[in-house]
Design a protein around this ligand. Structure first.
Ligand code: HPA
Length: 281
């Protein structure tokens, strides 16, 4: 067995050991900047600090709690990550994606990966929620770099439907049910931690990106490597640099995320409910 497989299984085992008897979470969530509150309202919660889980890196960014939360939303059992680590914090990409790998190994074959992002489309308004259709990796690095662990996933995973079409449709339906004007878009992942320059934002827009951010893409690559299905949702917390004359600040990012908390919560609740229905034949 590869060292990576062993490490993932050990973390998944630790997670399971902390859950109530018979628990079987099937949906995993990564809650981005300011969006972690969703997991506070789950039923039958079990909170596991990342530091209790082998191989989990710990986040140092303000606004990113470091807890894995088990619970039920509607009838669906979930594992939600309150906070994530980023490449710019100094972790290597295999460490950045390790928690997502552990969630998948613990049974979450469907993931909802969320983030706060800057919008490159002047028609966007802070607070908009966007379903990811695709991404562009501008990190010039991959979590899969190095020897492949064949017992985790293939050397050359297909990325032609990185964001699962069925899950995207289900998310769109959830938006319609709730009367939300969701749109979809392409997310470009920058290195950070400095926000992009206006020229970089123009470049991203010219390349076809509607959103810019500093996360998500490595996690999605690792999830696809393991064959998990992924839904991505961005909260547009601000228009990207140069789109308006406003300067960017982390405070604005967390304020906008806090402002959409209720809408975001209703949307995720609804999507998870629909994922539960998908489970039943
Ligand atoms: N750029 C990069 N990351 C972000 C942004 C942004 O404008 N907003 C929130 N996260």
């Amino acid at each position: 067995m590869s060292a990576l497989r062993e490490a993932i299984d050990a973390a998944a085992q630790q997670i399971r050991a902390r859950l109530p008897a018979g628990a079987a979470p099937t949906v995993g969530l990564v809650l981005g900047s300011g969006l972690g509150g969703w997991a506070d309202d789950l039923a039958d919660r079990v909170v596991i600090p990342y530091r209790a889980l082998p191989g989990f890196p710990t986040s140092l960014v303000a606004g990113h709690a470091g807890n894995l939360v088990y619970g039920r939303s509607g009838g669906v059992e979930v594992l939600a990550m309150q906070g994530r680590v980023h490449y710019y914090e100094g972790h290597d990409l295999p460490q950045v994606v390790f928690p997502v790998r552990a969630l998948i190994a613990a049974g979450c074959s469907r993931l909802i990966i969320t983030n706060a992002a800057g919008g490159t489309d002047p028609r966007m308004v802070p607070g908009d929620l966007v379903i990811l259709a695709d991404h562009i990796n501008l990190l010039a690095n991959s979590p899969l770099r190095g020897l492949n662990a064949d017992d985790v996933g293939p050397r050359f995973p297909d990325m032609s439907e990185a964001y699962d079409l069925k899950m995207r449709m289900l998310a769109a339906e959830a938006g319609v049910d709730l009367g939300l004007a969701l749109r979809d878009g392409v997310y470009a992942c920058f290195f950070g931690p400095a926000y992009e320059t206006p020229a970089e934002v123009r470049m991203a827009r010219a390349l076809g990106a509607d959103l810019v951010g500093m996360s998500t893409v490595p996690e999605v690559i690792a999830a696809r490597h393991m064959g998990a299905r992924v839904l991505g949702i961005s909260c547009v917390t601000n228009l990207a640099a140069g789109i308006t004359r406003e300067k960017l600040s982390h405070a604005e990012v967390t304020e906008t995320a806090a402002r959409v908390r209720e809408t975001f919560t209703r949307l995720i609740d609804r999507i998870v409910e629909k994922l539960g229905q998908e489970e039943r034949p």
